[in-house]
Design a protein around this ligand. Structure first.
Ligand SMILES: *Cc1c(COP(=O)(O)O)cnc(C)c1O
Length: 408
């Protein structure tokens, strides 16, 4: 409960909050008021910042949609059986994504581990508790990946005890498949970096009776990707909840074939003696993930896109008004599919190493995060900005560039 002294303290520190606090009396249902009565970032000295960088794990991903936060708050007031929450939410998510079945996992990374666990164990309880020790259990032990798809996330797969077999050509793939092959894994964001494309990967897998999994963690938007890979025939599809969908950062979705999702759930909480026991997702996040997905699917994506473009143009125009600065907007085809502004400056005209600029923006008030490029360039995305922040980013960026302009 907030006391009078704290209230006054906060009112003086946060004039904006004062207005809200003034209207908010104690909720008659005893439900906590929505107003943040404590500012923990301030209390603990944690830096908050304007995120002009993107959906980075280290920057806490994305800001949850309001409806997600409300869902979390509402759900926190009642007990529910964890399995029942997963089952009922899973049915809804599956229907939205054209999957047979689905379950909310602790991020995409845990979806990868648990999906493979399901493939390995099936419904055999003894195998579930044996993981990650595969020897002498009769379980398969190899996952095939294209070399170009190896960007570090395959640790999620080796966590099950499996080893990775790398291939480059169709010929190599066909030779690599053997009686120990558990899974053929595909990484969407690197699909241009491998000779074998989605359809052929699935076709060869099906011919050999090998299950397939695709990691599409950062591949919405476009929203259609949420069902595209299920429709295409991947047996398991894994996505992050806390990136563009703006669900809880620690949530993700594993979707796919009914028997595989059921098997994966054997390695998930509440069941102990499993490799997934530490990958718990609470009921609030499971429900929050569902609401985030539903809102994301139903949102006006054209309008969103236009907003991102307008913000990008505003920031770009401000930057290039400084002599020697050029800008370019591109949209990555794969992963983080959003207008991306690249600002480059001529060092002879603007004497500012990007690391210095980055530090200046970071140490300014308000603090701003961008992505530093090589010496004289940086990258900005606008999809994680709160309304109005684009103006602050535009003027701070221009200010810093201008300050470093070489007088001629
Ligand atoms: C972000 C990401 C992951 C991990 O997702 P989490 O939801 O953070 O667990 C896995 N694979 C790729 C390609 C990613 O971009």
């Amino acid at each position: 409960m907030i006391n009078r002294r704290d209230l006054i303290k906060h009112l003086s520190t946060f004039p904006l909050l004062g207005g809200f606090l003034g209207q908010t009396s104690i909720d008659p249902m005893g439900v906590a008021a929505k107003v943040p009565v404590r500012n923990l970032a301030k209390e603990l000295g944690i830096r908050t910042f304007i995120n002009a960088a993107g959906t980075y794990t280290a920057m806490t991903g994305s800001l949850m949609q309001d409806e997600v936060v409300e869902t979390i708050q509402g759900a926190s007031k009642d007990f529910m059986m964890l399995d029942e929450v997963q089952t009922k939410v899973g049915e809804k998510i599956a229907a939205l994504t054209h999957a047979e079945s689905a379950v909310v996992t602790a991020g995409c990374f845990s979806a990868l581990t648990l999906g493979l666990a399901g493939v390995l164990t099936g419904m055999d309880q003894k195998k579930v508790s044996a993981l990650p020790h595969l020897e002498g259990t009769g379980m398969k032990s190899e996952v095939i990946i294209q070399k170009g798809h190896s960007i570090g996330y395959s640790q999620a797969l080796t966590n099950t005890g499996c080893k990775i077999v790398y291939v480059e050509t169709v010929d190599e793939l066909k030779k690599a498949i053997n009686e120990k092959t558990a899974l053929m894994w595909f990484l969407n964001i690197q699909s241009d970096n491998g000779q074998i494309k989605h359809e052929q990967w699935i076709e060869i897998a099906k011919k050999n009776g090998i299950p397939t999994m695709i990691d599409m963690a950062a591949d919405v938007p476009p929203v259609e990707n949420l069902w595209k890979f299920n429709d295409m025939g991947f047996d398991l599809v894994c996505v992050s909840g806390g990136k563009a969908m703006r669900g809880p950062q620690s949530a993700g979705i594993l979707m796919g074939k009914k028997h595989l999702i059921a098997a994966a759930r054997l390695s998930m909480p509440p069941r102990g003696s499993t490799i997934g026991r530490g990958m718990k997702v609470n009921k609030e996040e499971i429900l929050g993930m569902y609401v985030a997905l539903e809102k994301f699917i139903n949102m006006d994506h054209k309008k969103e896109w236009k907003m991102w473009e307008d913000r990008t143009a505003l920031i770009g125009n401000a930057a290039k008004s400084v002599n020697g600065v050029t800008t370019e907007v591109t949209v990555p085809e794969l992963g983080n599919h959003t207008p991306t502004l690249r600002v480059t400056w001529d060092a002879a005209k603007v004497s500012l190493p990007v690391k210095v600029l980055q530090e200046n923006l970071r140490n300014g008030n308000p603090s701003i995060e961008i992505i530093a490029g090589d010496m004289n360039s940086l990258t900005i995305t606008t999809w994680m900005l709160k309304p109005g922040e684009e103006k602050i980013v535009a003027s701070r960026l221009k200010e810093e560039l201008q300050k470093a302009a070489v007088k001629s």
